[in-house]
Design a protein around this ligand. Sequence first.
Ligand SMILES: Cc1cc2nc3c(=O)[nH]c(=O)nc-3n(C[C@H](O)[C@H](O)[C@H](O)COP(=O)(O)O)c2cc1C
Length: 169
Amino acid sequence: MNETLETMWRRRSIRRYRPDGIPEEHLNLVLEAARRAPTGSNRQNWRMVVVRDPDVRRRTAEACNGQMWVADAPLILCLVTLPGEGQVNGTIVLDHAILAATSLGYGTCWIGAYDAEKVKAVLGIPEDHGIVCLTPVGLPAERPDPRPRKPPDELFMADRFGAELDYSL
Ligand SMILES: Cc1cc2nc3c(=O)[nH]c(=O)nc-3n(C[C@H](O)[C@H](O)[C@H](O)COP(=O)(O)O)c2cc1C
């Protein structure tokens, strides 16, 4: 098992955070991982709002359907798409950031339950831009067990949809 796979295996949705801040060096590595993510035709048609201010974090958490634990983390990342752009590139970018944060020992949680108008108002995101998802980033204050996943034979198919694929780890 190499470090990349170990990081992917270890990632969990974390919903309890310690208040400790994130050193700038770590934050910059997470942001750089996002910047290096691939995008279609290298358009880089995304922006990220890096939320550290405690009051803005609190109001962002409120806009995330009141998931107030999001604001317990010292950092929230909000992935924004430019006008008329789809969500695929931004999703890849945020996943890069999330896995980089995981590899540095931080917890994260994809946040897709939010009121887009409210998040835009809190973060000053222009009306014609889109939001992919947000994530808190901070030291975990819980160690949740892995959530179950569907069995491989339900997910993977050999050559044609519906055909069984031999799979074992
Ligand atoms: C697109 C997306 C949106 C999500 N939105 C939320 C959310 O708003 N609140 C939350 O607590 N978890 C949210 N989750 C976390 C999922 O519930 C979680 O990833 C799933 O249960 C699997 O658990 P794991 O991440 O620990 O493997 C979201 C996950 C994804 C991928």
